[in-house]
Ligand binder design. Structure first.
Ligand SMILES: [Mn+2]
Length: 233
């Protein structure tokens, strides 16, 4: 998705570069075959852009998504990013924030949760990463093909399970949860906590979309929707 990539690179250069801290919450890559793929053109382009942001003094944090969960230490070093666990919490302006990719809350999709538990095991990852890079890419292409077929049969991406969210937010005593993954951008204000859902990014297809949240020094949390300057016609 060349226009989406261009929009992301502009976002890094023109917006992320002006902040103090940048939190990326997963699925920046469509897939990640392993850190030995860092020298391929596309990963290299993104890693160099992230590294350039860090060089400007922006502290960069990386959380894995369900597509790029194989990102490892070599990637983090090259991108000059600090890897975060999912979820990650921090306190700011009297609020406790909880950041997550979001897929772990989609507990109604039981088949997916079984798959997720399997591929997040160290042993599974070690076995997978022991395959030659080209074979890994073939396996991923095969899995993505199957996933596309599955999505054509049941096109709705599952939403989060509200009970799973409440339980996790309660356990972390968070006031504000921020996540993506579900492609359902919204702000859900509840009695106990608020939940901000980020959009997916797509500048190659209509409707163009790609948002981010800016946490200001006074504690205001401001959403930016795919600004025009990132859209290439
Ligand atoms: Mn995802």
């Amino acid at each position: 998705m060349p226009k989406t990539t261009a929009a992301f690179l502009l976002f890094l250069k023109d917006h992320a570069a002006r902040t103090e801290q940048l939190f990326l919450l997963g699925d920046i890559f469509e897939y990640w075959a392993g850190d030995d793929d860092l020298d391929s053109a596309y990963p290299r382009q993104i890693v160099d852009a992230l590294s350039a942001v860090s060089e400007l003094g922006v502290k960069t944090f990386w959380m894995a998504g369900n597509r790029d969960f194989l990102v490892g230490n070599d990637f983090a070093c090259a991108a000059r990013a600090t890897r975060l666990d999912d979820p990650h919490t921090f306190d700011f302006a009297n609020q406790r924030y909880m950041l997550s990719h979001g897929d772990q809350f989609c507990t109604d999709d039981q088949a997916y949760q079984i798959f997720r538990a399997q591929v997040r095991q160290a042993a599974w990852q070690a076995r997978f990463l022991a395959q030659p890079l080209n074979e890994r890419k073939n396996m991923i292409a095969d899995m993505r093909q199957k996933s596309r077929l599955h999505q054509q049969q049941s096109p709705m991406i599952m939403d989060v399970n509200r009970d799973a969210v409440s339980e996790s937010v309660g356990a972390h005593r968070a006031d504000i949860l921020i996540h993506g993954h579900t492609h359902r951008p919204a702000r859900h204000a509840g009695a106990l906590f608020s939940r901000y859902v980020l959009s997916d990014w797509d500048f190659d297809h209509k409707p163009v979309r790609g948002d981010w949240l800016a946490l200001m020094t006074d504690g205001e949390l401001k959403r930016h929707h795919a600004p025009d300057e990132l859209v290439i016609e």
